[in-house]
Design a protein around this ligand. Structure first.
Ligand code: SAM
Ligand code: SF4
Length: 474
């Protein structure tokens, strides 16, 4: 086996030592780390170990305050919105926490036909979505004339083909599918995806082996080295994640840091996003009902805040696994992308229109059942600017280029105007009086807070959207 096929960068002894040495952190040292994070250069592995052990309420408050400051400095008030699109729940693996696992006979299996994928996309487009996250189990049954991975490629093409007039279209597809070989990643890149997302679930090898008991996914290293192959294949926006609740969260947070450190050393750029899913109840899974290392709400907020300080330019994604209150709390601490109006069963969007529910085909239970419009209303009332922007990857601002722009704060000059123009497009095309009025006031408030040059650019872009132009971005 070549070293690139083994995750040699994950050194369990290093993590254990770092956690042991930081288990009773000195207050002055904690404060130094928090102050250092405000310089926006991120934190290292040892710093993260120290922060993971803080318990005193005043230290926790100081951590949360710093996360809020970092988030506001880099991201301003914008929040990117997306919806997952589950195309198939067939799976050959045995992940004990997941409803899609092969042996779960309680699950209703379904792989959408291409016309069903088109229908799901049309529904999301009609709600105003511009970004989707395509999700599938790891088995691609023959669907029509599409076989194997071609099914996923055909699904991507089908989603991009939907055009419902007046800018109604999906402009960025991110994907969360099983690890591929380098050549397959090259073909995936050709389909025009945005981010390739893959969660290691847990970096703890013994736990990984205990919860992945069958199928290709048993191979820890094949999964842990997958984003290396994706980056070798030219996919330079990758998303990492941990499924919190499987192993000790401090261990997994440091595992994630080691993974990011490896990518930075090897490719000069870390991950574009991190996701922080917690295990949710799932049909036919005892483990999902009582996770072995359930993460408390306070620790969950701590994880989000530490990540915001540790990797300030990496997007943090919060899904609808969490309920509305937890989601609101994490927005302040650093989350920059959220899903809304989600369904985790293939065909779930069409079913919700027909008022039928096939919960027996869903991956896990949702914590937030609100529609996109309800979420938009809620977050704009909290002072955020919902963004449907997809400009960066379409202008080639990915990987290094994105980080080169993000680091000096330049991205804010692009993201701010793009958030406003795409939010206005959403308000004009998909909302009625109440949401629209609240949204237009939020745009005015945001404009009033912008510096001269960025404000003038935003105003010009907004004028074009008001005049009927769509997909206006810089
Ligand atoms: N099948 C592919 C894989 O496992 O990488 C990709 C799709 S899988 C449906 C996406 C993610 O769902 C997994 O990586 C896992 O972290 C998450 N997941 C599985 N079961 C879950 C549960 N009960 N609660 C929350 N998230 C879960
Ligand atoms: Fe399959 Fe992914 Fe679920 Fe595991 S997590 S059973 S690989 S869909």
């Amino acid at each position: 086996m070549k070293s690139s096929e083994v995750a040699t960068w994950l050194d369990e002894a290093e993590i254990a030592t770092a956690l042991q040495n930081s288990s009773t952190p000195d207050a002055a040292h904690v404060e130094d780390i928090i102050q250092k994070s405000l310089e926006l250069n991120g934190l290292d592995f040892q710093d993260v170990a120290v922060l993971s052990h803080i318990r005193q309420p005043e230290q926790l408050q100081s951590l949360f305050d710093a996360a809020k400051r970092v988030k506001e400095t880099i991201y301003g008030r914008r929040l990117v919105l997306f919806a997952p699109l589950y195309v198939s729940n067939h799976c050959g693996n045995e992940c004990l926490y997941c409803a899609f696992r092969r042996s779960n006979t309680a699950l209703h299996r379904r792989a959408l036909q291409l016309d069903e994928i088109r229908r799901e996309t049309e529904i999301l487009v009609d709600q105003g979505h511009k970004r989707v996250l395509l999700v599938a189990g790891e088995a691609y049954p023959a669907v029509g004339s599409s076989k194997g991975l071609d099914y996923i490629f055909d699904a991507i093409r089908t989603i991009y083909e939907v055009k419902n007039g007046n800018g109604g279209e999906i402009r960025r597809i991110n994907v969360n599918i099983a690890p591929l070989a380098t050549e397959e990643f090259r073909a995936l890149k050709e389909t025009g995806i945005g981010t390739y997302q893959l969660f290691q679930e847990t970096y703890h090898r013994a736990t990984y082996a205990a919860v992945h008991v069958g199928g290709v996914k048993k191979d820890y290293d094949w999964r842990a080295t997958a984003v290396d192959r994706a980056m070798e294949a030219g996919i330079d926006d990758v998303g990492l994640g941990v499924l919190f609740g499987l192993a000790d969260w401090r261990f997994d947070l440091l595992g994630l840091m080691a993974h990011i450190r490896h990518l930075e050393a090897r490719f000069g750029v870390g991950c574009h996003t991190v996701s922080v899913p917690r295990i949710e109840p799932a049909c036919g899974s005892d483990m999902a009902a009582t996770p072995p290392h359930a993460v408390s709400d306070t620790d969950f907020l701590k994880i989000t805040a530490i990540l915001r300080l540790a990797v300030p330019y990496t997007g943090i994604i919060m899904s609808t696994r969490e309920n509305a209150d937890t989601r609101r709390a994490t927005l302040e601490l650093g989350v920059s992308q959220i899903s809304a109006g989600s369904r985790t069963n293939p065909g779930g969007y069409a079913e919700s229109l027909d008022q039928t529910r096939d919960e027996d085909a869903a991956q896990f239970q949702l914590g937030d059942h609100r529609s996109l419009e309800e979420v938009v209303k809620d977050i704009s009332a909290l002072g955020y600017i919902p963004s449907f922007c997809t400009a960066c990857y379409r202008l080639g601002r990915t990987g290094h280029d994105f980080m080169d722009m993000a680091k000096p704060g330049l991205i804010k000059e692009k993201c701010g105007p793009n958030a406003l123009s795409t939010f206005l497009e959403y308000l004009l095309d998909y909302t009625k009086t109440e949401t629209r009025t609240a949204g237009l006031s939020a745009i005015d408030l945001e404009l009033a807070d912008m510096d001269g040059k960025v404000r003038r650019l935003s105003e010009r872009m907004l004028e074009r959207v008001h005049a009927g132009k769509r997909d206006v971005f810089c």
